[in-house]
Design a protein around this ligand. Structure first.
Ligand SMILES: C[S@@+](CC[C@H](N)C(=O)[O-])C[C@H]1O[C@@H](n2cnc3c(N)ncnc32)[C@H](O)[C@@H]1O
Length: 235
């Protein structure tokens, strides 16, 4: 009896030592990503960098992609969709300046990673995904990882989320020819919206929309990007 108890507790100890070593390994990988890719490419907002250091991207990719989780590259997540490149996630986060208590809408939940980064800043996040399988997997993953401030909905984000509007920030992680009018309407005065606009294969650019206190909208084209297309009709 004593020996069974001892070997069980030894196995448990070995398991927790391994878990601690893994956590240390992933934390160091995130630090390298921040120091070697994000800061050199112009990410400077401290809330964004803190969030990028905290969110475990390896938990948001399929098991066979885990070795590449902290490379600065998009990775496949199923349904011909991708988790975005970390520097792009960080840039979109920095551009909308999420802060504690802000209300943020994301269109294109995918793995849930961008939503987790936004939530890590203390913002409340509502996120919509057009593929049911991706939406359900992201909802389970975010709950398991403790991101209670994120609400996931399966649906077509083209129409935004009228019941929860207005939003202080809107992040669209799929590209279209133009910005859906409903999203501009659902942006609060003083709010910021970021979205890839243009032909997904040719000339997509990241566009930042700012709505002033009087409701006037100013749009700026920032840099060339390549995102998957914004789809229509739930799947
Ligand atoms: C580049 S991936 C997003 C990556 C995601 N933000 C992440 O962190 O993993 C774009 C996502 O937008 C979704 N999508 C495309 N059109 C959509 C729409 N109309 N409404 C909601 N989601 C859409 C795709 O299914 C895909 O998961």
């Amino acid at each position: 009896m004593t020996s069974i108890t001892l070997s069980l507790s030894t196995a448990l100890d070995a398991g927790s030592v391994q878990a601690q070593a893994d956590e240390k390994h992933w934390r160091a990988a995130r630090e390298r990503l921040v120091a070697e890719h994000l800061i050199p490419q112009g990410i400077s907002d401290s809330a964004t960098l803190t969030a990028m250091r905290a969110v475990p991207r390896h938990e948001f990719v399929p098991p066979d992609q885990r070795p590449y989780a902290y490379e600065d590259t998009p990775l496949p997540i199923g349904n011909e969709q991708t988790i975005s490149q970390p520097v792009v996630v960080a840039l979109m986060t920095q551009l909308v300046r999420p802060r504690p208590g802000m209300r943020v809408l994301e269109v294109g939940t995918g793995s849930g990673y961008q939503a987790a980064v936004l939530a890590e800043t203390g913002a409340r996040v509502w996120t919509i995904e057009i593929f049911r399988t991706l939406a359900e997997a992201a909802r389970r993953r975010l709950a398991r990882l403790g991101y209670g401030g994120v609400t996931v909905r399966h649906g077509d984000g083209y129409a935004g989320w009228p019941d929860k509007a207005p939003f202080d920030a809107i992040v669209v992680t799929a590209g279209a020819d133009s910005i859906p009018p409903a999203l501009i309407q659902q942006l609060a005065p003083g709010g910021r919206l970021v979205m890839p606009v243009g032909d997904p294969l040719l000339d997509q650019e990241l566009v930042l929309i700012e709505k002033d206190a009087g409701g006037r909208v100013v749009s700026r084209r920032l840099l060339p990007v390549r995102f998957v297309p914004l789809l229509r009709g739930v799947r």
